[in-house]
Design a protein around this ligand. Structure first.
Ligand code: SAH
Length: 464
């Protein structure tokens, strides 16, 4: 991030615009939405600017900016069409430590203006560091469509109530009061009674929340999916949005943790293959302690929490402690992997069952029904199989599996660094050698031609 977004206090402070042409008009239209005092310096100004000056919406000086003008200024925009003036004016601003923006000149500017979605006092600023203004505008359009027009009115009415709400409600109750106001009470009131109905509705909502019992803490056991944040369920997103504490596995992608409520306490409880681990008892204790404090705990597990996630142990611990819990399912890694190779787990006439199994379990390498798995047309997804690839190959060959049985490895399924490696049972140990990230092995399936890396710009590696 080479630019850090902030909101500058400009109420009644001078914002200076050098230049009186079309560029100045464009900036002024934006700035006139604010409560800044606008001052334009232009030897020649467009009639529009003159008429704004006449209406008292800005002050117009028919001369260039001078050093003395910059005192107290909050910002300076340089919009002059004649670029040869720019360095002199920019130097004046720099000498006085005034943030300066030169239109269409990123290098010469000390700040840039984002694309803005205006639901005053709710403001969304979108920036791309000058890399993709078209993208910024597309994102702006998207937000414009999604945010209700009356959001600003809701926020304004809410602002008046903030000091009182802070006094009488605290912690989770306080948050729940505002969540209900913005999600339900506020929009419903505006629709039924207009903004005039808001103060009474806020009053009523507040008395309800003051007298409500504090809900006890609880734990959501949430599937974070394979990595791509778009593959989270809406329920998981909502849970993250409301969480007080998030306890996550190492495999959970950072982009997903970004979605947690900003104030949430985030705890990493590493449990990764053979690597360093947080003991299960410690994870259980963490969940229980936080829930007993009344927190909404999200126990975030990669993929689906019910697949190789030691979920039962956590549920049993919660039950024993008398803590309320629920499971929010997620997309398991095998589903993401098979989607990526364009195949189906089942196919009429080929296989009527599939197996998800793990390469190793508590006892070491995991034994399976190798005889069945070795038969032609069997399909299986193997989790945590990297270390046991040679063992797996040995067991299958011992049971007369065809060495040419296709196996596809999908590393980092649904993530940016994903790779698909098409191999066979004979080539398996060699193929797993190069794996760095988490991988699923799809036994009995080759990538469908043309589906390879369709969604991801990853190279296709053939390890036959
Ligand atoms: N509950 C998880 C599985 C946890 S076990 C789920 O449903 O997906 C951890 C194993 O899952 C890893 O060793 C790897 O085999 C697999 N895995 C998890 N995320 C993956 C991903 N994005 N791509 C490929 N494999 C993944």
């Amino acid at each position: 991030m080479n630019y850090f977004p902030i909101f500058v206090a400009i109420k009644e402070r001078p914002v200076l615009i050098s230049g009186g042409g079309a560029m100045a008009i464009a900036k002024l239209r934006l700035l006139m939405k604010t409560s800044a005092s606008l001052v334009v310096f232009a030897v020649e100004a467009e009639p529009q600017i003159k008429s704004w000056a006449y209406e008292g919406r800005l002050v117009l000086f028919h001369r260039p900016v001078q050093a003395g003008d910059l005192k107290e200024a909050a910002l300076l925009y340089i919009t002059d069409e004649a670029a040869d003036h720019h360095p002199r004016i920019a130097a004046l601003a720099r000498a006085s430590n005034i943030p300066v923006n030169i239109v269409d000149n990123l290098e010469g500017s000390t700040f840039i203006t984002p694309a803005i979605v205006d639901r005053d006092p709710v403001t969304i600023a979108i920036g791309t560091e000058g890399a993709a203004p078209v993208l910024a505008r597309a994102i702006k359009r998207d937000f414009e469509d999604r945010l209700p027009v009356h959001l600003g009115l809701l926020a304004k009415a809410g602002k008046v109530f903030r000091p009182l709400a802070k006094r009488v409600l605290s912690g989770r109750k306080h948050r729940e009061f505002w969540a209900e106001y913005y999600a339900d009470t506020g929009p419903e009131t505006i629709e039924a009674k207009g903004t005039d109905g808001l103060p009474a509705a806020l009053d009523e909502l507040m008395s309800r929340h003051v007298s409500a019992e504090t809900a006890p803490g609880h734990v959501d056991l949430v599937g974070a999916g394979p990595g791509d944040p778009d593959l989270l369920t809406l329920k998981a997103r909502k849970a993250l949005d409301r969480a007080d504490v998030v306890i996550h596995d190492q495999l959970v992608a950072p982009q997903i943790l970004e979605l947690a409520r900003r104030e949430a306490v985030i705890v990493e409880a590493g449990k990764k293959g053979f690597g360093a681990a947080t003991p299960q008892e410690k994870i259980n204790a963490l969940m229980i302690d936080h829930a007993r404090d009344g927190a909404h705990v999200v126990r975030l597990k990669s993929g689906d929490p019910t697949v190789f996630g030691r979920l039962d142990e956590e549920i049993e611990a919660l039950e024993a402690a008398g803590i309320h819990w629920r499971i929010i399912p997620g997309i398991t890694a095998a589903s993401a992997a098979i989607a990526q190779i364009g195949q189906s787990f089942t196919r009429r006439g080929r296989n009527s069952s599939i197996r998800f199994f793990t390469g190793h379990d508590v006892h070491g390498f995991a034994e399976q029904d190798w005889r069945t798995l070795a038969r032609a047309k069997e399909v299986a997804a193997i989790y945590m199989g990297k270390k046991s690839a040679r063992f797996l190959q040995g067991r299958l060959l011992m049971n007369n599996a065809n060495p040419n049985t296709p196996i596809t490895l999908v590393e980092n399924a649904s993530r940016a660094q994903t790779r698909i490696i098409a191999t066979t049972l004979a080539g398996l140990p060699g193929a797993v050698d190069g794996l760095k990230g988490p991988a699923i092995m799809l036994l009995g399936l080759a990538p469908r031609h043309g589906a390879l890396n369709a969604d991801h710009n990853a190279p296709l590696e053939l390890a036959l």
